[in-house]
Design a protein around this ligand. Sequence first.
Ligand code: AMP
Ligand code: ZN
Length: 469
Amino acid sequence: MKVYNTLSGRKEEFVPIEEGKVSMYVCGPTVYNLIHIGNARPMIVFDTVRRYLEHKGYDVNYVSNFTDVDDKIIKKALEEGVDPSVISERYIDECKKDMQMMNVRPATTHPKATEEIGGMIEMIKTLIDKGYAYPAADGTVYFRTRNFKGYGKLSHKNIDDLQSGMRALLVSGEDQKEDPLDFVLWKPKKEGEPFWESPWCEGRPGWHIECSVMSKKYLGEMIDIHAGGEDLIFPHHENEIAQSEAANGKPFSKYWMHNAFLNIDNKKMSKSLGNFKTVRDIAESYDLQILRFFMLSAHYRSPLNFSAPLMESAKNSLERIITCVSNLTYGIQNAKTEEMSEEEKALAEKAKEYITQFDNAMDDDFNTADAITAIFDLVKFINTNTTEQSSRAYLSALKDEIVMLTDICGLITEKQEESLDQQVEDLIEARQAARKSKDFAKADEIRDRLLQMGIVLEDTREGVKWHRA
Ligand code: AMP
Ligand code: ZN
């Protein structure tokens, strides 16, 4: 399996640190608002990476944080006259609802920055002890960037080019830095802001330190995959590497994965352009499975454009897969023969080639676009090679295969519980009709069919009742 590693700038064979296990850290959202469809891209992409790794047999420990202390959260809290935790808790809950609707599985652990301040202070102390950080007169602690020899290795930037860029950007109050490249690890509180005690001043952490600390606590000093959107490469991930490697004296993450940006109508999505869409906005018009399908229809390292016509086309495409699965379900319920014929055995074997096609695509740096093509090729195969005469075993084998592949993509293609109820009601109605027309053989057949679905019928005076066995 090959993974594109931002660190080396090329695709590399994926070999985890510990055989059979993968530790993965994905930078999560800052929770001051409903998440937008751009934030949904890394969630969907890396949830799919996780599912595929699990499909390959890895035991995946997946950590994704919530940044719950930040200027934007504090600003919103002041506007509403509430504690910042009211804002962050509200949007963590809303984010979890969106994740569920997109079928993004909860992480193994979702740490919150405000609950890890002690660990951050410890890491900052270590960095000071090792000469990689220093407190300024007002209690701000800075990372001494030039002391970390590998600085720039992730973003492939030269430290001297960075330096000349930074000089122009020097803002007031920053003159206490030893070097313009130094970045903040801890900063003094401002009036009305939440703060924590520390050896340097009452204050709060800089943004980058939280991820170094949380990934170490929940995954260890060396991890397999660190991921996020490409805007995080510099400075966030570059700074995380500097902090973690300086503090731990070990390489931090083996692979760095970054998704490209999602644009909207071919423009950058931003609040000022007024073209900003939340996941909740989309949920008003579409099942979020369609948003998920849309995101996976492109490779994660390609920019993706969101537009209404593209969502419509995603809707139609997903519908084709869902129809195929529901036809199989119907066929299984109504099959006239049980066992596979010799010809069907050969066809079922041939259908497995689509699993290989799917796996090959995913093994090539998680190429979900090509993996979805493999699913459509399988749909075509199923539509061409099944008839009303197909056996139950054959249809079941095909259904298991297509559901397995869509499941790896996190796409729900099987009708859910309510529709199962509907199917049961329909079958009961068909049985009543058969009895009325004195076709008792057919009525019995339907009863047996329901039994196989785990449904027990009871003929009562009030009519037919059913329950699960
Ligand atoms: P933030 O809350 O801004 O820290 O973003 C959370 C995650 O969403 C990060 O991994 C970002 O890189 C990612 N992200 C933000 N905007 C976009 C976008 N338009 N397209 C893709 N990913 C994005
Ligand atoms: Zn991070």
